[in-house]
Design a protein around this ligand. Structure first.
Ligand SMILES: *Cc1c(COP(=O)(O)O)cnc(C)c1O
Length: 817
């Protein structure tokens, strides 16, 4: 028996042992889920072995530790991720095959860990993987939501939200750590004490305390380089059952406290881009922050014994403002619990903390009513007032008295019923504030943080997002990966960032382009099968697969794409003999449950889909599909099958985007605006290899000053007028002809997102797409060059920049091979 055969034999034996002793089944009676569990547990053994080694290694090196705090981690499935990063994927496939079980089927059993809404949460997951690959001593901290993001069903064309139950069958990847528990307080009051030296100290007596229990998930880096820990907190009641009440017959009252406490980790907050405005959300944010900071201070003291060197040993990264209360909690812990002088505590806090901004949308910048903060976190409000007073005093001391400026940079918004501004708090309490693309960072300096940036010009910096190529190329596109290894050697698996560019000469080789196109064809067939299984619809894999998958939001402009769809439909009907390029329009995405306009857009997509797909006069030249329940796993099937990637947000509004990167890496051509990271993609991929259209951020701002009435724009475009007219008249909604009157009128009279204003440019760019498609040599040359030139958008590059510029931790040299 050779080495690989014996590895397969050993793995097989391990799977069978898990099936028997951990799952309690024999192979004859095992369901698919039992096989999944046995395989996951067998895989986990390998993970744990590496985890132990990696932890010991980290402890020996004693490097500065990075703590990534995020309310969201959009992880997806882990089985193939772990197998692939450990180099065991082929072994597992073979072992399962010998047990007469198909890995491809079993892997689909795993539920997605959907502890996030969209890009921000997915970024956190990509970063965790890159940090393990780069062997940084990094810990992720989040909340173990019992119910992740809702499952989307489409009923009658409308979105229906259903509870996600990812934990129903247990979670083989996590380890409960009941011994790692911290108390997190809420409410109550603050008392002052005079100390021996005459100073005054404050102590907070919370009215209510909740316990945070740790659940650890190992995160495996590429080739098992390192295994880091994602620690998710679950909320438990201090006392599970009030026995006296229960015995007195009050069965519900006896568990009320438990229900209240545990609701903190019950559900992911169902919006990523609107002001939360709910007490439970603030409780979640503080819960995560308090437990994580207590935990990291405990570790720091255990390893180093002294808090004075905190910034030398600890880097805390805040993923958006959601965990921004960390600035205040760290001050409270240092001053109230560890008796560090206020001024010194502030130095330590700022030097340890960094903040990533993800949005410029004013309605998405978090702020909390002062009254709520006072009721829930009274000591924190005191600290906020003190930080603010010192901040404003310092400005006055620098002879800054401009009233407007002082109001703008204050931590308290006095204009909207007194609120605490979490963005300003995060800015003041951090030594680094980063945007996530070059354009976004520039706009941050000019808009939301204009005044604070002028006061602290060193703090704002850019870290353009990236994605992990292990998941978003190697795992999702094995065919292309195989082709790349053939063309570039196995080195491409180790350092795609630098190796992919060597593919450029292949773009000129007909034989290579053909093989590249063939991979796409196979991926399209797989997607077509999925669509057929789900909806019965047959897709023509010769057609352009034109894809827009992302959260449904007005600024992302699914409406612009739908207007193009309708206009194209009308054009084909009016002129059926032209040689139209066949298209399949593919949409997927969830709308926040409370976002009515977004939900109406989903209904419109489904109405348009039903009408067009049912119209024989278009002869299948145009098909429209809305695939329900967009999540990481669905993205993994759709992205490698896409020919055209729709990245068409109103310029200035998408901070970065990351799906744009996943698509281009897999060779889809982008049709997009100069927004977010599209700008940098265009620079690197070459503008001749994407389709850029529409207004720039600057032009959008100028157009907005002119007003949002679009009568003239619409009158100038027959196509647009006809498309809007048909939707408004109920052509796609005969059951309720007035359904879209309001939606269309909003576009005509109050077009905040410039849908009408960009329509003609978009139409023209789409015709360029058709033209390129009709010259396959040109199309596939561009596609290959996209793959070849996307190396820079690896999250390894992004993380290396965070490490160098923000965290100041060395990235250990990679040992290759
Ligand atoms: C990458 C990704 C996103 C981010 O998509 P954008 O188009 O950049 O907003 C959102 N959701 C999932 C599931 C993803 O994989």
């Amino acid at each position: 028996m050779n080495e690989s055969e014996s590895t397969v034999e050993a793995f097989k034996a391990s799977i069978l042992a898990k099936l028997r002793y951990a799952v309690g089944k024999d192979p004859e009676n095992a369901f698919d889920h039992d096989w999944f569990e046995a395989l996951a547990l067998a895989t986990r053994d390998h993970v744990v072995d590496r985890w132990e080694e990696a932890s010991a290694q980290l402890a020996r090196q004693d490097d500065k530790r990075v703590y990534y705090l995020s309310l969201e981690f959009l992880i997806g499935r882990l089985l193939v991720d772990n197998l692939s990063n450990l180099g065991l994927l082929d072994v597992a496939r073979q072992a399962m095959a010998e047990l007469n079980v198909e890995l491809e089927r079993i892997r689909q059993i795993e539920p997605d860990a959907a502890l996030g809404n969209g890009g921000l949460g997915r970024l956190a997951a990509c970063f965790m993987e890159s940090m393990a690959t780069l062997r940084l001593a990094a810990h992720g901290y989040g909340i173990r939501y019992e119910h992740g993001l809702f499952r989307q069903a489409i009923i009658d064309g409308w979105q229906a939200e259903q509870t996600e139950t990812w934990l129903d069958f247990g979670n083989p990847w996590e380890f409960e750590r009941p011994e790692v528990a911290y108390r997190v307080g809420f409410g109550g009051g603050v008392t002052s004490h005079v100390q021996e030296d005459g100073g005054i100290s404050q102590s907070w007596q919370p009215q209510e305390t909740v316990r945070a229990i740790a659940y650890d998930t190992p995160v495996v880096g590429w080739r098992g380089a390192s295994v880091n820990t994602l620690r998710l907190w679950r909320a438990r009641a201090e006392e599970n059952l009030q026995l006296d009440r229960f015995n007195a017959g009050d069965h519900f009252g006896a568990v009320a406290g438990e229900v209240r406490a545990e609701s903190i980790s019950r559900v992911l907050y169902p919006a990523d881009d609107t002001e939360a405005g709910q007490e439970l959300r603030l409780r979640q944010e503080y819960f995560l922050v308090s437990a994580s900071l207590q935990d990291l201070l405990e570790r720091h003291l255990r390893l180093h014994g002294d808090l004075q060197n905190l910034p030398q040993q600890v880097a805390i990264q805040l993923n958006d403002t959601h965990p921004a209360i960390a600035v205040v909690e760290l001050m409270r812990l240092l001053v109230d619990q560890h008796q560090i002088q206020w001024a010194r505590a502030w130095e330590l806090t700022v030097a340890s903390t960094a903040y990533t901004n993800h949005t410029l949308l004013p309605e998405a910048l978090e702020s909390w009513p002062v009254a709520l903060m006072e009721r829930l976190l009274p000591r924190h409000l005191q600290i906020i007032y003190l930080i603010n007073a010192e901040h404003i005093d310092a400005l006055r001391a620098k002879d800054i008295h401009d009233f407007r400026l002082l109001r703008a940079v204050s931590l308290i918004d006095e204009d909207n019923g007194r609120r605490v501004r979490m963005g300003n708090l995060a800015f003041l309490g951090a030594h680094s504030i980063n945007g996530v693309s070059a354009l976004h960072t520039r706009l941050m300096r000019d808009t939301v943080f204009r005044d604070l940036h002028r006061l602290y010009p060193q703090r704002v910096n850019n870290k353009t997002n990236g994605v992990t190529f292990r998941r978003w190329l190697f795992q999702v596109n094995p065919l292309l990966t195989h082709l790349l290894v053939d063309a570039l050697g196995p080195e491409v698996l180790e350092s795609p960032q630098t190796t992919l560019e060597k593919l450029q000469p292949q773009a000129e080789q007909v034989a290579f382009r053909d093989e590249y196109a063939l991979c796409r064809r196979r991926n399209k067939e797989a997607l077509a099968q999925l669509v057929q299984r789900q909806s019965g619809l047959l897709l023509d894999t010769e057609a352009i697969f034109d894809v827009q998958i992302k959260r449904i939001h007005e600024y992302k402009r699914q409406l612009l794409n739908l207007l193009h769809t309708v206009a194209l439909y009308q054009a084909i009907r009016n002129d059926p003999t032209t040689d139209w390029v066949p298209r399949v329009k593919i949409f997927a995405g969830k709308a926040a449950a409370s976002y009515r306009q977004a939900k109406l857009i989903i209904k419109l997509a489904n109405d348009i889909s039903r009408t067009i797909n049912g119209d024989p006069t278009v002869r299948g030249l145009l098909k429209v599909v809305f695939i329900p329940n967009y999540n990481v796993s669905l993205a993994e099937t759709i992205i490698p099958a896409a020919d055209l990637s729709e990245q068409i947000s109103t310029a200035g509004l998408e901070a970065s985007g990351t799906s744009n990167m996943k698509f281009a890496l897999n060779g889809a051509l982008t049709i997009g605006t100069l927004d977010g990271a599209n700008v940098e993609m265009c620079e690197r991929v070459g503008e001749e290899n994407l389709f850029i259209f529409g207004m720039t951020a600057q032009q959008v701002a100028a157009r907005q000053r002119l007003g949002l009435e679009m009568g003239d724009v619409v009158a100038d475009s027959e196509r647009l007028e006809a498309a809007l007219g048909a939707i408004r008249a109920g052509v796609f909604s005969p059951d309720d002809p007035a359904r879209y009157v309001g939606l269309v009128d909003a576009l005509l009279y109050d077009d905040r997102f410039m849908v009408c204003a960009d329509f003609e440019a978009y139409w023209a760019a789409q015709r360029q797409v058709d033209k390129r498609w009709q010259t396959p040599n040109d199309w596939w040359r561009s596609a290959v060059l996209n793959t070849a030139r996307m190396g820079w958008f690896s999250s390894d590059r992004t993380i290396s920049e965070y490490a160098r510029d923000i965290w100041q931790v060395p990235v250990p040299a990679r040992d290759k091979g």
